[in-house]
Design a protein around this ligand. Sequence first.
Ligand code: HEM
Length: 467
Amino acid sequence: MSALERNDMQGLLLSAYGHLPWSANVVLRIDAAARARGWLGSLAGSVTSALGKHRTRGTNVALTYCGLRALGLGGAAGFPLAFVDGMASARRARLLGDCGASAPGAWSWGSDPDSVHVLLMLFADEETGLAAALAEHRAAFAANGLHEIVTLATRRHRDGKEHFGFSDGIAQPAIRGERSSEPARRRTNPDNDVAAGEFVLGYRNEYGRLPDTPAVDAAADPGAVLAGAGGGTHDLGRNGSYLVFRQIEQDVAAFWRFLDDRTRGSEGSDSAARERLAAKFLGRWPSGAPLVQAPLADDPQLAAANDFGFAADRRGLSCPVGAHIRRANPRDGFADEAPRQSVRRSNRHRLLRRGRPYGPRIANVLEDDGASRGLAFICLNSDIERQFEFVQQTWINNVTFCGLANEVDPLVGAQNGSGFYTIADDPLRARVKGIPRFVTTKGGAYFFLPGLRALRFLASLEPVAAG
Ligand code: HEM
């Protein structure tokens, strides 16, 4: 039996909706609070919960801190600083590495936090179904005091590949003791089981503690829509989570041309060497096979493999220490700790990833077609600072990660063109130099993904003066 209150949780927490490949992320501004609350109230009835599977459609919704205020929430305590600051704030931009072309001032949306209030996420099994759902919603925005800021349509392709050409969405933490979206064949690694409280508010986390949760004065919830939280407060956070949304543009041609340039032989391009270097950047082959299990060549039989660690590959001879998947989740591979301790440490910084590609696929990876494409990066966590921001700052963009020097993540790091990438080998390591930045942040925000009771509470708010 599930220990989670699935009927009060939005479905995205427990499912990546792999059966609904078409989706749209609609970013909205609230212009009229009372009407927007009415809209949220009627939406709440059709929000997809984590209870069952909806075959053809899915709807989830999240709000920024400014969005909660715009809705009329004045007296909620306990929202974390990162969420209150917002992703576009100078403090967050600095620690996320959003500088230069990725600086909030250069974003196409989201640089003004008070224009981003609601994220409506629509999912469908068919393109036409998504278009119909989007049209239905669009027809009602203006009358409900909502203004559409941007809509990022995304699609999970049948082969599961993101734009650089690698299989994505393989490694996900499994919530300990839960049946989840993680297919059974991947649930062979107990190291991958993580406490529910790392992702859902109201449950114990990896420290054995309940995560901080926002609460409202009991008097603000006379109908007791929310559960009591002690001390005269009601729990607004229960069964909710924090959702990080980033539009990350990928320069696919720049990526593959760079790899091509670094692997050319006297005969010109060497596609096998190019692909091998790309796999060394990521830590998996294009099929998804992990380098630690398939060090020499891609092996599609291992495409879904997630039952591995890095302890046996301490020096990074198979999977370089600075590879994307090793930085994003070092697993048992911290050299200064026993493997078990290392797993415990890594599991305090896990993310439930729900991102999907946007934009058209490129026809020839070596030719820039000028199209805009990338990843609508979405992840869920109960502590933005300790999880998403930590991964981004302390692992992905850390120039001294695990004893390396002057290197950041070669695939998605904040490169400035002067960094290295070390590929260990015996007897001599190789070093790739002058790596440019292949990804650019184009927009983003931190959202609160409320539980269903919390959604109903927000829809029925009696506005109070901002405190
Ligand atoms: C355009 C940007 C990005 C691309 C193309 C990308 C691509 C990938 C791919 C292909 C994988 C391996 C497949 C898998 O295990 O699902 C992966 C894994 C992962 N990525 Fe990214 N990623 C991007 C950005 C990020 C960012 C910004 C973060 C976090 C701050 C992140 C965190 C992770 C994590 C946690 C894993 C799983 C590692 C593991 O447990 O083995 N990624 N990514």
